[in-house]
Design a protein around this ligand. Structure first.
Ligand SMILES: NC(=O)CC[C@H](N)C(=O)O
Length: 635
């Protein structure tokens, strides 16, 4: 239940390079797949399996022969690195005749690799951390020495060309070597000041976009300044834009890392560093062979890079939200988390059998289409509860809630959100006399509590378990409408915990913590505007979305924060509400997916992380909620 092993997957595809040379393109496809997988610790390169998917107009003249060349390159490359393909799908009729003209799909190979990941907490991502003393390294491998081929590159595309000389892999052994060295390094750390940091802080692959795109994407993701100085006796255009195989790393112990690669005769050089200046304060300076090629503000370059995403966004997102997102990304610095309460406890007691006979019980309730039951069960178990998997079918068969102190309504897509999220789930409860009676009795017992997340939150609102209890006209006063941005939102962002009556959130108020949101219908709305006023006055608004400075919309005298700080458009940035007696809590974002530090999207930044180095389970402050419920049951 709390293991840190997992599965790693990666993709590689190089359709443009394959237009130039199918065989070379297939080889680059392999190297890209491996260089995308390298960031997760896996058992062994030999354990990597791949699935190969072909899209080809194989029946058109000359295309069959090109497909043979591509398959040849693929087989040779895989033999050399020792990985096997164990499946895939061929679509070999990828041509149509339209208006008398034959339209062919470019011959394409999509490789997906999968392997056992030995420790999900050690996976490296591309965001530069700007850790003090860290350096940025450039590692070039696999291709012939001194080659910087521009064929099939993004640069060529900008000039409406595909080029005629595309990168290739001449030395697969180097790729295996880089793989093994990096895998070793992923498990090592280094003392930075008084804190142990991973040796590899960030990393990204070069072969789709070239060195310049790789470095810039790492800076954009980290939202930090970079100073790069590349020395290589080649034209800067070739150095920056060739999509040869390689990687860029940010490392905490450059001397050691460089030495490891060089001792295996791998080209590796220090090319600069990142500095913790964020957003509008950040710059990008790139020199090649002593000449400044780029000297710009980070946010200006990022706007260029975001253009395509924004164009797609125009078709997916409400334009007002898109505009807000642009302003937020230009203004965003670094999220300031804040946590003054104690949440640490040693969870080892849960492994004692004797414990389970006395611990309070929680029913983790799920319906057809639910998907959040396992994480919810983990959080409650870790807090000390006995947790039980209870399906709505169990309840239909007469399973009752008398023996439970708590119920948890989990997230997901019950009945596929047909007619609105949680509507079918609520109907299944309300229109069955036995089940609805069972829930009513549970809710009104003074020794029970409930917690609903996302789909479970929507359900609790539908059932009237949370809402304005002063409004006597109706039992249902709160509704979860479609997100204002008009699309499903999956993001990690900060929230502020308000002083409230919630028993689960007691003692956590005024903290700023990160949470996953993952919903299409999360906008809190009310039967009347008075309902929200009453909820606030009665201490029932428990959690609100906030920005990187820990401020909510009302701190700026606004009705709410802009998207995506507020991911769904709820007035007053409401993210969770509870019943007036504080026993029932309904929350849109997922504390059940954020109670371990490694679940946080930016957990490397959380300076409290290191505190749990000695423990097998790295608890994040959200565990305190579940533990508070446990303590409440035992009081
Ligand atoms: N993660 C969830 O529980 C999603 C809830 C619901 N299906 C929505 O999209 O709003």
């Amino acid at each position: 239940m709390f293991a840190t092993v997992g599965g790693a997957v990666s993709l590689g595809e190089q359709p443009i390079k394959m237009l130039i040379d199918a065989e070379k393109g297939a080889r680059i496809c392999i190297s890209e797949t491996i260089m995308n997988l390298i960031w997760a610790p896996i058992t062994d390169l030999k354990d990597v399996k791949m699935s190969g998917n072909w899209m080809w107009a194989a029946k058109c003249e000359g295309e069959g022969a090109r497909l043979v060349e591509a398959v040849g390159g693929l087989c040779q490359g895989l033999r050399e690195i020792g990985c096997a393909i164990d499946g895939g799908k061929d679509s070999l009729s990828m041509a149509v005749t339209a208006n008398g003209e034959v339209v062919k799909s470019p011959g394409t190979l999509v490789l997906s690799a999968y392997a056992p990941c030995t420790n999900v907490t050690k996976v490296v991502n591309p965001a530069l951390t700007a850790t003090p003393g860290s350096q940025i390294l450039w590692i070039k491998c696999g291709g012939a020495k001194g080659k910087f081929r521009l064929g099939g590159s993004a640069l060529a595309q900008v000039y409406s060309q595909i080029g005629d000389d595309c990168p290739d892999i001449e030395r697969f052994a180097e790729i295996s070597n880089v793989f093994s060295i990096l895998q070793e390094l992923l498990n090592e750390d280094h003392l930075v000041g008084t804190v142990r940091k991973p040796k590899i802080l960030a990393g990204h692959d070069i072969s789709d976009g070239g060195l310049i795109t790789t470095i810039l994407e790492m800076a954009f993701a980290g939202n930090v300044s970079i100073d790069i100085d590349i020395q290589k006796e080649t034209d800067p255009i070739n150095i920056l834009f060739a999509e040869e195989c390689g990687i860029v790393l940010e490392v905490s112990d450059a001397e050691d890392v460089v030495q490891r690669f060089r001792s295996s005769a791998i080209e590796c050089s220090v090319i600069g560093h990142a500095t913790p200046e964020y957003g509008s304060d950040a710059h990008v300076k790139i020199q090649v062979n002593g000449k400044m090629e780029i000297n710009e503000k980070l946010v200006d370059l990022r706007e260029e890079w975001e253009l395509v995403g924004d164009k797609l966004g125009e078709h997916q997102t409400n334009l007002k939200s898109l505009e807000e997102a642009k302003n937020v990304r230009n203004d965003c610095k670094k999220v300031q988390y804040k946590c003054d309460f104690e949440w640490f406890y040693h969870p080892s007691f849960i492994y004692h059998e004797q414990y389970f006979s006395t611990a309070p019980r929680v029913a983790i309730i799920r319906e057809e289409g639910s998907n959040g039951d396992r994480e919810m069960a983990s959080a409650f178990t870790l807090a000390g509860f006995q947790t039980f998997d209870v399906t709505m079918t169990d309840m239909l068969k007469g399973h009752n809630l008398d023996g439970y102190r708590g119920v948890a309504f989990v997230g997901g897509f019950s009945y596929a959100d047909v007619l609105g999220s949680a509507k079918g789930w609520a109907a299944g409860i309300q229109f069955n006399e036995k089940i609805s009676q069972n829930f009513k009795v549970f809710r009104s017992r003074s020794d029970t509590f409930s917690y609903g997340v996302c789909n479970g939150c929507q359900l609790m609102a539908q059932l009237g378990w949370v809402g304005d209890e002063e409004d006597e006209s109706e039992s249902v006063t709160v509704f979860l409408d479609e997100n204002e941005c008009g699309r499903f939102e999956s993001s990690f962002g900060p929230v502020k915990i308000e002083p409230s009556r919630s028993i689960m959130l007691s003692g956590m108020d005024n903290s700023i913590l990160g949470l996953w949101s993952s919903h299409g219908e999360g906008q809190f709305s009310y039967r009347s505007s008075q309902n929200l006023e009453n909820l606030k006055r009665n201490g029932q608004v428990c959690v609100r979305f906030c920005d990187d400075r820990g401020m909510t919309g009302s701190d700026y005298s606004k009705e709410k924060l802009p998207y995506p700080w507020n991911p769904n458009g709820s007035i007053d940035d409401v993210a969770a509400i509870c019943s007036r007696d504080g026993r029932h809590l309904a929350m849109m974002p997922h504390a059940d997916r954020s109670f371990l530090t490694w679940q946080w999207a930016d957990s490397d930044d959380v300076n409290w992380n290191t505190r749990f180095d000695q423990q097998s389970v790295a608890l994040s402050p959200w565990i305190r909620m579940f533990r508070s419920a446990y303590n409440w049951c035992n009081d």
